[in-house]
Design a binder for this molecule. Structure first.
Ligand code: NAD
Ligand code: TYD
Length: 360
């Protein structure tokens, strides 16, 4: 029997991790701790909500006393920490909430784990989910032709050089996780993953935003010239990597997770347009008319490219899907789940957003 606390389990990646663990490990008790911000949605977990090994607790990770109480109540022996503010554009508008949730929330959870486990580390694990964005940006020194678009890649030994308030807050959290391992001996693991895409992603992020706007005939905003490069990974492959690392990763280590799948933004936009137009039965090329080049994001990182060789050689994990295949699955999911999409882009959510951030 394992009692696992998954934070941020009602969000995009978290919901895939919760679903995987609840279904694959009926002998585990899975406790989903989530504040249900605009990005957290219990609809994402409708298919597992009545499973006997699943429990939901609405809680702020920053609420240290409550986190301690939940750890005691459920006899938690493993933590997978995903709860975070996760959108770079929001972090530029409102950095404070990113420092609060991502840094202070992680610290609260680390301290609660230390306090509750009290030096008995046997069979315990604190697994922190982080991002490749902590490493900063890479050059685009081979912009023409096929990927890879540069000669350097992020490896686990890369120095941290975050540029956005989001990546700075995730870097701060990673540093605290390492500090708790090195100072108190807390058994920690960190993974740094590239851009995820797939079902249940909030439609403020590039791929679901494009699908939603194409189906509504709205403009498709491309920042700058669309030359920035991201490494994309299908979310279920990430959840599978998290399962692998949680069970077999080495304590004190960090692992990069990536898709070996670099794409320029403009090529992602064109692929999503082509796929969505085809599935909607639109005239080929009609979506391209919606592309609008807009002002670039401040401090926009040029290229992310991750080297996940360590995870492959040590633990045998590899991405399973080609990008075109993953995009097709993703577009189909959003078009078939328009009720979900309409709800998260509808009035209730906007009201919440307005309350949290002072705008609608
Ligand atoms: P998300 O924004 O979709 O979900 C975040 C979840 O955290 C939501 O359910 C939200 O309600 C919850 N949450 C926010 N603040 C909270 C608080 N104070 N207390 C408790 N719960 C809170 O994010 P995501 O895209 O699923 O990302 C999950 C994790 O993976 C994050 O830590 C993120 O940094 C990391 N990550 C994301 C990506 C990506 O491409 N999305 C890539 C690499 C790493
Ligand atoms: P995003 O999905 O926000 O992820 P991240 O910033 O964490 O990489 O953005 C992916 C890329 O797409 C990024 O380079 C910014 C760009 N982008 C656009 O061009 N237009 C948009 O409307 C959005 C949301 C992102």
């Amino acid at each position: 029997m394992k009692n696992i606390l998954i934070t941020g389990g009602a969000g995009f990646i978290g919901s895939h991790v919760v679903r995987l663990f609840v279904k694959k490990y009926p002998q585990y008790r899975i406790v989903n701790l989530d504040l249900l911000t605009y990005a957290g949605n219990l609809d994402n977990l409708a298919d597992v909500e009545s499973a006997p090994n699943y429990h939901f607790e609405r809680c702020d990770v920053c609420d240290y006393e409550r986190v301690c109480e939940l750890m005691r109540r459920y006899s938690i022996d493993g933590i997978i920490h995903l709860a975070a503010e996760s959108h770079v554009d929001r972090s530029i508008r409102d950095p404070f909430i990113f420092a609060c949730t991502n840094v202070m929330g992680t610290l609260s959870l680390l301290q609660a784990a230390c306090q509750y486990w009290n030096g008995d580390w046997s069979e315990k694990i604190f697994y922190h989910i982080s991002t490749d964005e902590v490493y900063g940006a890479l050059e685009l020194d081979k912009p023409e032709g096929a990927a890879p678009y540069g000669s350097r890649f992020f490896s686990e030994s890369n120095k941290y050089e975050p540029h956005s308030p989001y990546s700075a807050s995730k870097a701060g959290a990673d540093h605290f996780v390492r500090a708790y391992h090195d100072t108190y001996g807390l058994p920690t693991i960190i993974t740094n993953c590239s851009n995820n895409y797939g079902p249940y992603q909030f439609p403020e992020k590039l791929i679901p935003l494009l699908i939603n706007n194409i189906r509504n005939g709205r403009p498709l905003p491309v920042y700058g010239r669309g030359e920035n490069v991201r490494d994309w990974l299908y979310v279920e492959d990430h959840a599978r990597a998290i399962d692998t690392v949680f069970h077999r990763g080495r304590v004190g280590e960090s692992y990069n997770i990536g898709g070996f799948n670099e794409w320029k933004n403009i090529d992602v936009v064109k692929l999503v347009i082509k796929t969505t137009d085809r599935l909607l039965g639109n005239l080929p090329g009609s979506g391209e008319k919606l592309i609008e080049y807009v002002a670039d994001r401040a401090g926009h990182d040029l290229r992310y490219a991750i080297d996940s060789t360590k995870l492959k050689t040590e633990l045998g994990w590899e991405p399973s899907l080609q990008f075109e295949e993953g995009v097709e699955k993703t577009v189909r999911w959003y078009l078939e789940n328009d009720v979900w999409l309409n709800r998260v882009t509808g009035g209730e959510y906007r009201e919440y957003y307005a309350k949290m951030y002072g705008r609608g």
